[in-house]
Design a binder for this molecule. Sequence first.
Ligand code: BEZ
Length: 213
Amino acid sequence: MDLTNPPCSGLRIGDVAPDFSARSTAGNVRLSDFRGRWLILFSHPADFTPVCTTEFVELAKMASDFADRDCALMALSVDSLFSHFAWLRMIRDRFGVEVRFPIIEDPTLVIGRAYGMVAADAHDSGTVRTTFFIDPDGVVRAMTCYPANVGRSTPEMLRMLDALQATNDEPALAPANWQVGEPLLQQPIATLDDVYGADGDSDWFLRTIKETK
Ligand code: BEZ
């Protein structure tokens, strides 16, 4: 096993997301065309598999929640465009939801490898469940990596996006389990004088911001 290149090691938070053009279920897409919007780019192991199907059904149901936040969704797997089409048709017919966000075909894994969506020594060509949260400047702001046997939490994907957006324009921090409307935290104090001058026992390291959006 090559431990120098496990899945999800391709990119780090703060990296510019590599640009690419690809065929997708919504026509040709280029990552840089999404500049100015938030983008969630995610990989799935394979079409016509049970967990992936549940993820796509849930994301399709929540598509308007992401759109309301000016965030596009874009999926990717090694499967062909025609496999994607057939799967989306099956999802529409069985679950009554239309997946309208683009699903990229990446048969050569050129994109999957650039993003660390597949291990260099993987025994099959399936990608793992990686999710990249990309800001309007094209910078990776968060990423998650789930195995094939556990589906992602779609409310957590939305919560991550909310937290990234809420802390984007001000020096604020989102605490554990933070939800929109709840208080954010202030950046920790950085000087000893401020530590000694702070009110309360713990105010020097844990202070909420009173005003929330
Ligand atoms: C699934 O999505 O259910 C799945 C994908 C790859 C391997 C096993 C299960």
